[in-house]
Design a protein around this ligand. Sequence first.
Ligand code: ADE
Ligand code: ZN
Length: 326
Amino acid sequence: DTLHRVLRGMPKAELHIHIEGSLEPELIFALAQRNNVRLDYASVEDLRRAYAFTDLQSFLDIYYAGASVLITEQDFYDMTRAYLKRAHEDNVRHVEMFFDPQTHTARGIAFATVIDGISRALADARSEWGISGGLIMCFLRHLSEEEAFATLEQALPYRDRLLGVGLDSSERGHPPEKFARVFARCRELGLHLVAHAGEEGPPDYIRTALDLLKVERIDHGVRCLEDPELTRRVAKDGIALTVCPLSNIKLCVFDALHQHNMRALLDAGLKVTVNSDDPAYFGGYINDNFLQTFDALGLDAGHARQLARNSFSAAFLPASEKQKRL
Ligand code: ADE
Ligand code: ZN
């Protein structure tokens, strides 16, 4: 119908996509074969059947196993290229892409291999499709701050290729303050700062991500509404939340899409954006997230316009560049 056409066709920015989470089962098997990597699954169907998650950790275990087929620069290029092609079909005009270098360097893959492959695909997407974008390097929060510092050290020669840094992986038990010093260092380097908070973890993690890490956006942040004072602050300060509705259902943050708090977040005046998180694992790319959420919650064309505007307004684009796209 008309609303679906509007949602599909509107130019949008995607601000919460883990590139390793765009690796489709078919590509996992193709890369496993190309690289002689053994998988614990007999077939694409067998792997897909394992995508029945009960919480964040049950997903992360399979997501890290899937990433083990990535060995060469070309592998990272092919993965990123496939995502960007799909994003282009969804009228994504700007992408701020997460990547998890520690998942790869821990397996002996050079940092350069990872970032070169991803950057080359981004450069091609810019010249072929006019998609702008950049990379946000995430620290794995289940690892130590010392390991995060070591990763930052490896990234320094590529400082100019990074838009910013983020914090992902297992949230519960790994509060933001664990990474206060490494984020302070990244801030001195002029990197933009974001962190996953309030996905599974409590609203307090949103507060400490803001106060102690000084992040500019919160990834997920849906549990914000449990704390009215925090909600007022996040709204007043115009801190964007990069919400991922299909992810929240697959990871059991909400039982069903009609119970998602997206409408309540918007009604609270929060700068909400819609994103896909790990589209190969959660059953949909960005337009699937838009269409299914709008259908489940009865959102309208006004909401569509607001969410598209929010995606560019929350992007780490120069003000002049943003103005053109709002
Ligand atoms: N890594 C990939 N997807 C993630 C998510 N939704 N939360 C935390 N870490 C992640
Ligand atoms: Zn995420």
